[in-house]
Design a protein. Structure first.
Length: 208
């Protein structure tokens, strides 16, 4: 009589405890990020992203003026008073949305508003300004977008506030709204003014 040998029994493999712990920590971390994103989704400053440039000197640049490409403007020439650098393009729908708000703010002459035309055709940019109005003290052109890389520009619009010493003090990614101006930009600008002895930015620039 043939007797068959019993089938070998295999114990199920169990994941090492370390792998289980790492997987649980990864899941909890992912869940935490999701909850953080949800908690910030209704905040007005949700587009106010941290920048590696905050508190550091603005990147050096020498860019042509949109309306007169034979003229170059450098970062050194803009020092002496704060300025708001607004990155925009005629191809950017959100830039059109923020334009009326930015225009009204520029009319207050609280701070110099510098346009930074990014990856745009010169004719398109000039036509856009002619149609919507030009709120900028001067518009710089970066058609190839190389200088924007130094500023960490990822999309338009983006806006930077640089103080009179050339230090980046604030950045906003996305279309500026009146709420952003009132709750975020103006308080930072007021702090810069206080550090300058309470003088208006235009007065600081004139003193140089």
């Amino acid at each position: 009589m043939n007797t068959s040998s019993p089938e070998p029994t295999h114990k199920p493999h169990r994941l090492p405890l370390v792998a289980v712990v790492i997987g649980a920590l990864f899941f909890l971390g992912l869940l935490g990020l999701m909850l953080y994103g949800v908690s910030r989704s209704d905040r007005p400053d949700r587009d106010s992203l941290p920048s590696a440039l905050i508190g550091k000197p603005a990147p050096a640049f020498s860019l042509p003026v949109l309306h007169d490409p034979g003229i170059q403007v450098t970062d050194q020439q803009l020092r002496g008073a704060p300025y708001l650098l607004n990155v925009w393009g005629s191809w950017c729908p959100a830039c059109r949305d923020e334009h009326p708000i930015l225009t009204r703010f520029a009319e207050t002459k609280r701070v110099r508003v510098i346009g930074y035309n990014w990856k745009d055709e010169r004719a398109d940019a000039l036509r856009w300004l002619e149609q919507l109005g030009n709120p900028y003290m001067v518009v710089l052109a970066d058609e190839e977008g190389r200088t924007a890389l130094d500023w960490g520009v990822a999309a338009a619009p983006e806006t930077f506030l640089v103080d009179g010493s050339g230090i980046v003090r604030w950045k906003y990614s996305g279309a500026i709204t009146q709420e952003v101006l009132d709750q975020h930009l103006i308080p930072v600008l007021a702090k810069i003014e206080a550090e300058a002895g309470g003088r208006h930015p235009a007065d600081v620039g004139a003193a140089r």
